[in-house]
Design a binder for this molecule. Structure first.
Ligand code: HAM
Length: 423
């Protein structure tokens, strides 16, 4: 029986890359790779398939729950398509812990799968530059990480007109919550702050006062959560999030207990004058394993409201592989948001940097028009080796029966810079 009628579209939330799409994606990957190699980072790779339990244990209820692609294999193993790279990195490092020379500066560009509702900036498959530094103490590591982020954006011709980098510190926020007697509401505050920019002030306040019971597929709220009734506490949270008033001043005061924040505040404006860099209490990050410093970047273009990158410090992740506690910090930067970012700001097509790269990637193509099949011998024996020596590529036109003019035009349309008739 012949089976027909299969749809030609890709699986929901994934993309096909036609050659012209790959040119853009490769530009992003090559720019990432080149910058990281220049900064002394080494590339590594792992399999797309991982033990599903490591995400359940460490990635939190979204990545390790509602968004996890998982299945039982034929050997009854519980397997996942990786939703992120960080737990695989921790596994690699733990496996060779004694042989490795710390600090490690590693990067990778994996594809990740998340069972999300596909929408602008969010797909079910995306590629993610992952940059991580392991074995370097707080302070120096944060400074290096910001230097990497600044260098990556600079390599794309991006500056503070296009995006801003915002950072925070989870332990600092915890100190502040304790000061305002809000520790009991930590989960609620974390969740509302994490979504702060996506909602109006009124919506955020009403969520803080009476957390809604929600039940969609990515929901991780606790339906029994108790809201914040005290008006002074709500007022403090408003001040904190709007970065004005005594409650925010208190936050800045408490931040002095964290030398890594002090170091960043002192040095970043000097080292990266074209970077907008701000301490923002609303940067929380959804992933469960972050232990301190957290960072995200936001596109200033209204057409791309998603985070361009996200990361932070995760000092306890290695423990699931029985490795000693190891200071670790890193970030992930997605290709979907990066592509919209560059396109929206006109930093791709028409941009000299990109055009130059594309020219290097696509050597001059020469169209060869043999008169008859007998000319193929000469083409393969003489002409092609010569073209290869010159660093050029070729395309042979086999439509012997068409007029030379038509054959010439068709080669030009295929992008051949030169066309040669072969007799
Ligand atoms: P993340 O914030 O979940 O962090 O992802 C990092 C970046 O990947 C996001 O800022 C976004 O650009 C992109 N991204 C994430 N999910 C999607 C999606 N569904 N569609 C398109 N793009 C997406 C992590 O994954 C951490 N493991 C990063 C990290 C590395 N932390 C420390 N080291």
């Amino acid at each position: 029986m012949t089976v027909t009628g299969f749809p030609t579209n890709p699986y929901k939330g994934t993309r096909d890359f036609y050659p012209e799409d790959l040119i853009k994606r490769d530009y992003i990957f090559d720019t990432w790779r080149q910058t990281l190699v220049e900064l002394g980072f080494s590339q590594y790779e792992t399999s797309l398939l991982e033990n599903a339990d490591i995400y359940i244990a460490k990635s939190g209820s979204e990545l390790g729950g509602s968004q996890l692609y998982n299945f039982k294999d034929k050997g009854d193993r519980f397997v996942a398509l990786r939703p992120e790279q960080t737990p695989s990195l921790a596994r690699l490092v733990a496996a060779r812990y004694k042989q490795l020379r710390f600090p490690l500066r590693w990067f990778s560009i994996p594809n990740c799968f998340r069972y999300e509702r596909p929408q602008k900036g969010r797909l079910r498959e995306h590629w993610q530059l992952n940059v991580d530094i392991l074995g370097l103490e707080a302070g120096a590591a944060e400074l290096e990480l910001i230097n990497v982020l600044a260098s990556v954006y600079k390599a794309f011709g991006v500056d503070k007109n296009h995006f801003k980098l915002m950072y925070n510190h989870r332990r600092l926020l915890d100190d502040w919550l304790e000061d305002y007697d809000l520790t009991a509401h930590k989960e609620l505050v974390y969740r509302v702050l994490d979504d702060w920019f996506k909602k109006s002030l009124d919506e955020n306040i009403s969520e803080l006062r009476s957390p809604a019971t929600r039940g969609n597929e990515t929901d991780n709220s606790n339906s029994n959560e108790v809201g914040i009734a005290d008006n002074d506490q709500i007022q403090a949270l408003i001040e904190l999030t709007s970065q004005t008033g005594p409650a925010f001043d208190k936050y800045l005061h408490l931040s002095q207990n964290y030398p890594e924040i002090d170091l960043l505040q002192k040095l970043t404006p000097k080292l990266h004058p074209t970077l907008e860099f701000e301490l923002n209490p609303c940067i929380i990050r959804g992933i469960a394993y972050y232990t301190g410093f957290v960072v995200e970047a936001f596109d200033k273009h209204p057409g791309n409201p998603r985070a361009l990158n996200g990361g932070g410090r995760y000092d306890n992740l290695m423990e699931i592989f029985d490795a000693p506690p190891t200071p670790a910090i890193g970030f992930g930067m997605g290709d979907v948001t990066m592509l919209s970012f560059l396109e929206n700001w006109g930093l791709l097509e028409g941009c000299e940097q990109f055009e130059n790269w594309a020219l290097l990637r696509q050597p001059i193509r020469v169209g060869l028009l043999p008169k008859t099949p007998a000319n193929l011998e000469k083409i393969y024996l003489d002409i092609i080796p010569n073209l290869r020596n010159l660093g050029k590529t070729w395309e042979i036109d086999y439509d012997y029966h068409r007029s030379p003019n038509k054959r010439y035009e068709s080669m030009k349309k295929k992008g051949c810079a030169e066309v040669i008739e072969i007799f």
